[in-house]
Write a protein of this length. Structure first.
Length: 178
């Protein structure tokens, strides 16, 4: 086996990324404390050509040194918006025809592997604070909650890791399976 070269990877420029057809998925971060986690989500959003990243509450937003460190420039390619709170983001998403899901462990949650969506369905997924998760008031405004099944002791994942798992699952059958 031989690693592929940069040329073989066919990486897009920022301009090519901006012009590309996007996956109709928006990641929403609610009160995420760590700007490093925010940067990681930007990088994941870039990897899967997400429509955008919405940042709410006290979540850090570009330009920010710690976001840049983990995003590696993805904060320049991925569209983003900041909202004072998740309610305003949800309102904007609904106006654009998005179904809104919180990623949280709740009664009646949909297990991630059971989530069924149409390839062109507009979906927004809300990831919450590293300690408290998605706020209960925000959950009440969502169409449903998605849960990542876990069988270990902790039953929690770092927000950047959770975003990677959920966003991969939501995009893989839309983009990578033909």
């Amino acid at each position: 086996m031989q690693k592929r070269s940069m040329e073989e990877l066919s990486r897009k420029s920022v301009e090519e990324f901006k012009r590309s057809e996007k996956t109709p998925v928006i990641a929403v971060l609610e009160n995420v404390r760590s700007a490093y986690n925010v940067g990681s989500v930007f990088r994941t959003a870039d990897a899967f050509l997400l429509q955008a990243v919405y940042l709410t509450g006290y979540t850090a937003y570009p330009p920010h040194k710690e976001i840049r460190k983990t995003a590696l420039g993805a904060e320049d390619s991925v569209d983003w918006r900041h909202f004072p709170n998740a309610s305003e983001a949800i309102e904007a998403l609904r106006e654009m025809g998005y179904r809104v899901y919180a990623v949280e462990q709740v009664h009646e949650s949909i297990m991630l592997q059971d989530m069924v969506t149409a390839p062109d369905e507009k979906i927004a997924v809300i990831f919450g604070n590293e300690v408290t998760g998605v706020e209960q008031d925000t959950i009440a405004k969502c169409d449903a909650c998605i849960e990542i099944p876990q069988i270990g002791m902790k039953h929690s994942l770092n927000i950047a890791t959770a975003a990677g798992v959920v966003l991969w699952e939501l995009t893989r059958n839309r983009v990578f399976v033909k």
